[in-house]
Design a protein around this ligand. Structure first.
Ligand code: BGC
Length: 417
């Protein structure tokens, strides 16, 4: 597969550079999965920014939260020798495409603009390979948030839960009143977004590191992991009967409309809140997922450049420069729900949730509790991630016991290694 990708992509380079002389034109075709209301608004910010520099934007959106469908589409485009100019990638995917030797080198731009000094080390680790900048970070998302409809909580005399026991108590009370406690979309990446929260919330940051980042078999097979699956089973009882296959933004919409009380989701949900004209931190509360205060799960959206011909390199560099500019990082992330991927952007324009995210990022970086998200491609290579998704989702949608789930997790992880 590897060499096929390479051959096809190189054929594309040759083809494009011949035709490129005839149609020298500044445009970029960008493959991404930002198709919800809030996400599309954020794409609009990027498109406008580029247009100001004379680069036109050819949209290649592939619907599907978390980027699974987009990943498949990107692989097909590259395999057929027709890669896009740039693509949205999560951290581990940057590593994987880098190993294919297909990503454009952004080091000259990065050096000129001093990216090294402003991008946090944890993000840089995914963008820089063998000393070369091969991807440009657009944002820092935090998946371990709990979003709460403030009115539903107030009307029912509830306080935001700070650990999983409190969460269960609150959710039981809501359920007893016939209110959907948790809005959820039953898709593997959404199930695993919750799983990440439960592993971190019940086990703490050291346990998350051992089990998820190091795949330590003792941690994976521990009583704590059994308790994690017990909690997942409880959560399954708090979602409505129509959760299966629901898109994440529709689940967010349920919380915004007061049709459900809470959602465990990354801060792209904040993009939907802002788009709906509601106030994050006021109408919809943001609290860290139960038990995870002090830790920061992260994922970053990167853009990486694919080989589409020498005549496109200038436009690719302009895209990279645009994305890394402090003004763009501010404008884009205000709409997207995330925070800037550079440390020198002021938080003054951000709402309470964004400011908390910025402050928590610094604290977590200093404490060693800034941890890559499994659900969002910053913990394990795609094969292992997929194996873990399968077990989490299979358990969530069946009556599999927690002990069996733990055994299946170890077996699948080992088979995927
Ligand atoms: C991406 C976000 C996106 C979310 C839902 C995450 O993996 O990092 O940018 O909004 O998926 O599609």
């Amino acid at each position: 597969m590897r060499s096929t990708f390479k051959k096809m992509a190189l054929a594309a380079v040759l083809g494009a550079s011949v035709s490129g002389y005839a149609f020298a034109q500044e445009s970029v075709e960008v493959l991404h999965w930002w198709t919800s209301g809030g996400e599309a608004a954020a794409v609009g910010v990027l498109k406008e920014d580029l247009q100001k520099q004379g680069v036109s934007w050819q949209d290649m959106p592939v619907a599907g939260g978390g980027g699974e469908a987009a990943t498949t589409a990107l692989k097909a485009r590259v395999a057929s020798g027709n890669p896009p100019t740039a693509a949205q990638l999560l951290g581990m995917a940057v590593n994987e495409w880098s190993e294919e030797g297909l990503l454009g080198d952004l080091t000259p731009v990065a050096t000129k603009e001093g990216w090294d000094k402003v991008v946090p080390g944890a993000i840089k680790a995914f963008a820089v390979h063998d000393g070369k900048w091969e991807a440009v970070p657009v944002n820092i998302h935090r998946p371990n948030w709990l979003w709460i409809n403030a009115k539903v909580f107030k009307d029912n005399g509830l306080q935001p839960p700070t650990n999983w026991d409190e969460f269960n108590t609150v959710a039981e009370k809501l359920k007893a009143k016939g209110i959907v406690a948790l809005a959820h979309g039953g898709q593997p990446w959404q199930d695993t977004t919750i799983f990440d929260d439960v592993v971190l919330g019940l086990g703490g940051p050291d346990f998350y590191r051992k089990a998820i980042l190091q795949l330590d078999e003792t941690a994976l097979g521990s009583d704590t992991m059994v308790k994690v699956f017990d909690q997942m089973r409880k959560i399954r009882g708090f979602v409505d009967p129509n959760f299966s296959g629901r898109d994440w933004n529709l689940a967010t919409g349920m919380v915004l409309k007061g049709e459900a009380a809470m959602q465990l989701m990354g801060d792209w949900a904040k993009g939907e809140i802002v788009k709906a004209g509601l106030k994050p931190g006021v109408d919809i509360l943001c609290v860290t997922a139960p038990g995870t205060e002090g830790s920061f799960l992260f994922n970053t959206d990167f853009f990486a450049m694919f080989p589409v011909g020498k005549d496109k390199v200038d436009a690719q560099n302009k895209l990279a420069t645009s994305v890394m500019s402090p003004s763009f990082q501010e404008a884009f992330n205000l709409v997207k729900g995330s925070i800037p991927a550079r440390t020198d952007v002021s938080g003054t324009k951000f709402d309470a949730c964004g400011q908390k995210s910025m402050a928590d990022l610094k604290t977590a970086e200093a404490a060693g509790t800034l941890l890559g998200s499994l659900a969002h491609g910053h913990a394990e290579p795609s094969g292992i991630q997929r194996a873990m998704f399968d077990v989490v989702t299979q358990h969530f949608n069946s009556d599999m016991s927690s002990k069996d789930a733990v055994a299946a997790l170890i077996k699948s992880v080992n088979a995927a290694k």
